[in-house]
Ligand binder design. Structure first.
Ligand SMILES: Nc1ncnc2c1ncn2[C@@H]1O[C@H](COP(=O)(O)OP(=O)(O)O)[C@@H](O)[C@H]1O
Ligand SMILES: Nc1ccn([C@@H]2O[C@H](COP(=O)(O)O)[C@@H](O)[C@H]2O)c(=O)n1
Length: 255
């Protein structure tokens, strides 16, 4: 079978998943936007293996800290917002595997220990659409070039800080001083230096994140069109030549 091409990008044998990058500052609503997209495509209630759309978080690719770095991290003195905090190679290889339609595993990340959970992985089953979300998903040129569509969630920094403080205290085991110290020393300057400049690479900027129902509906419609086109092409290929992958999983509209 000929290699697939989406937005001028060369794919692989069989169907190339549509890879969407979702960037934006901390607590801008990246995960929530991905969740809304999945909900609107009727994917949330479907079991993981059958899903047509999956989300991967960049947080799974934080690199392991040295003992010294662990001590700093506990005090809010480690920079988790610098590109060097991520394992770029593993991220790139994982996305290449995803694009090749391969099943893969990504580490489960634990914010309480600032490290991966030992022997715990999330299985990423082959899907037609893959969302990859994180603060620096557009930072690394080789990774950025893999995306077929790039979204930037643009929420003002006061709102983001107001969301981050309770989230980090309630869900990530931090205290208020630690959160504010980390924010002023690392999160804010790194956002300005590494994340915000990547907004220019976005195809679609989503002001106000998940509150922007119109933007999310437009993106969902674009994904639906892609999935429908893929299914139509697949039926034609399947009846003519046979194919490498099983027929696309069905997706449903929200009720
Ligand atoms: N539109 C919104 N309105 C209110 N709270 C929101 C909204 N979007 C996200 N949140 C909350 O803000 C926090 C961060 O959102 P999240 O989607 O996890 O951001 P990110 O993935 O960019 O870090 C979460 O507690 C989430 O529930
Ligand atoms: N051990 C860690 C790892 C990351 N962070 C912070 O998480 C932010 C990225 O996640 P979002 O969901 O907010 O996009 C990033 O700003 C890091 O500072 C952390 O605090 N501890």
């Amino acid at each position: 079978m000929a290699a697939g091409k989406i937005n001028g990008k060369i794919g692989f044998e069989g169907k190339t998943p549509f890879l969407i990058g979702v960037a934006g500052g901390t607590a801008s609503g990246k995960s929530t936007v991905c969740k809304r997209i999945m909900e609107q495509l009727g994917q949330v209630e479907i079991n993981q293996k059958e899903r047509q759309v999956v989300t991967i978080s960049q947080d799974s690719f934080y690199r392991e800290l040295t003992e010294d770095e662990k001590v700093k991290a506990v005090k809010g003195l480690y920079n988790f917002d610098h590109p060097d905090a991520f394992n770029e190679q593993l991220m790139y290889q994982t996305l290449k595997d995803v694009l090749a339609g391969q099943q893969c595993k990504v580490p489960v990340y634990d914010y309480l220990t600032n490290s991966k959970c030992n022997d715990q992985f999330i299985t990423i089953y082959p899907a037609d659409v893959v969302l990859f979300e994180g603060i620096l998903v557009f930072y690394f040129p080789e990774i950025r070039d893999l995306f077929h569509m790039k979204l930037f969630v643009d929420t003002d920094s006061d709102t983001r800080l107001a969301r981050r403080v309770p989230r980090d205290i309630n869900e990530r085991g931090r205290d208020i001083n630690q959160v504010l110290q980390q924010y002023m020393n690392f999160v804010k300057p790194a956002f300005e230096e590494f994340c915000l400049p990547t907004k220019k690479f976005a195809d679609v900027i989503i002001p106000r994140g998940a509150d922007n129902i119109v933007a999310i509906e437009l993106i969902v419609q674009h994904i639906r069109d892609f999935l429908n086109r893929q299914r139509t092409e697949h039926v034609t290929e399947f009846s003519t030549f046979g194919t490498h992958r099983s027929p696309n999983k069905q997706f449903s509209r929200p009720h």
